[in-house]
Design a protein around this ligand. Structure first.
Ligand code: COA
Length: 260
């Protein structure tokens, strides 16, 4: 077996050089759903070059999730005005590592970059809107995949202040977790961390079904205090994830043809 080194986000991962037809890989992933296999299926697929497929390459479309109150959709530079309003709010970014964009142009650039990551890399970013109103009120994303065969997906999220404490992020996290376990058969664990002082985030994660594991010392850089901060780690495992038999998923899934 030949091994190939793939460079991603500065880290080097050894992956099996394995070329299988798409249908065969999909069938084996489907078969593997629901139990932890001896040799875990990769969350990521490889393309014909042996490199990692982006989500766009893999699905050819963007997964739009419509939940009870929300639409989780693709976002881009066209959403910059709304997005900028809340990412430049110091209260929204107080527990985060990044500064929040300082100008609308910078926000536009960042949003365009984020969309590109869906097309070119392995990031799954959803913009959050309220049903019937296309304006972005927040976002949630799988921003990195870690661990053996990238079986761990890490979530990040933010919401504009005017919509806090209405259960919106709980609903969005539940949708992202369900999508992860039901549409990415190699995913075994979904995790998220939050600053120990970020009670709202910890509560939303708990309400969405994630369990607290402990405190990671100096895990996050904090923009406001310019210091490392302890974070709480939360996770949910595939074997803990269960949708009652016959129950509908917490969203309606539509694959939206992407621009390319
Ligand atoms: C964290 C965040 C996404 C939560 O979103 P949200 O939609 O308001 O979350 P939910 O309403 O689903 O759940 C929040 C819960 O925390 C509670 N809460 C909020 N602030 C609280 C506080 N200071 N003390 C105790 N409980 C608090 C709310 O009452 C709610 O619980 P309840 O439903 O039992 O009443 C949102 O506050 C936010 O965007 N913050 C800024 C960005 C951020 O910190 N992102 C997360 C990084 S890890």
């Amino acid at each position: 077996m030949r091994l190939r080194t793939v460079r991603r986000s500065g880290a080097e991962h050894m992956v099996r050089r394995e070329r299988r037809p798409r249908e065969e890989a999909d069938a084996s992933q489907r078969q593997n759903t629901g139990y932890v296999p001896v040799s875990p299926p990769p969350t990521m697929s490889l393309n014909s070059e042996g490199g990692i497929m982006s989500f766009q390459e893999r699905w050819g479309a963007f997964p739009v999730l419509t939940t009870r109150r929300l639409v989780l959709r693709e976002s881009g530079a066209e959403d910059a005005t709304e997005f900028h309003r809340w990412v430049s709010d110091p209260e929204v970014t107080q527990y985060l590592s990044w500064e929040g964009e300082t100008s609308l142009e910078e926000t536009q650039k960042k949003l365009a970059e984020l969309r590109e990551l869906f097309y070119r890399a392995f990031v799954l970013p959803w913009g959050i809107t309220l049903k019937g109103d296309n304006r972005l009120i927040g976002r949630i994303r799988y921003y990195q995949f870690l661990g053996p065969n990238w079986s761990i997906g890490e979530l990040g999220y933010e919401l504009g202040k005017e919509n806090w404490n209405k259960g919106i992020m709980t609903e969005a996290i539940q949708a992202a977790v369900t999508f992860g376990f039901e549409q990415m058969p190699g995913l075994n664990r979904v995790q998220a961390t939050c600053d120990c002082a970020n009670i709202a985030s910890a509560k939303a994660l708990t309400k969405a079904g994630l369990k607290e594991e402990g405190v990671l010392r100096d895990w996050g850089w904090n923009r406001a205090t310019r210091a490392y901060r302890d974070h709480r780690m939360f996770s949910i495992l595939r074997r803990e994830y269960a949708r009652p038999e016959g129950a509908p998923p917490p969203f309606d899934l539509q694959w939206q043809k992407s621009r390319s």
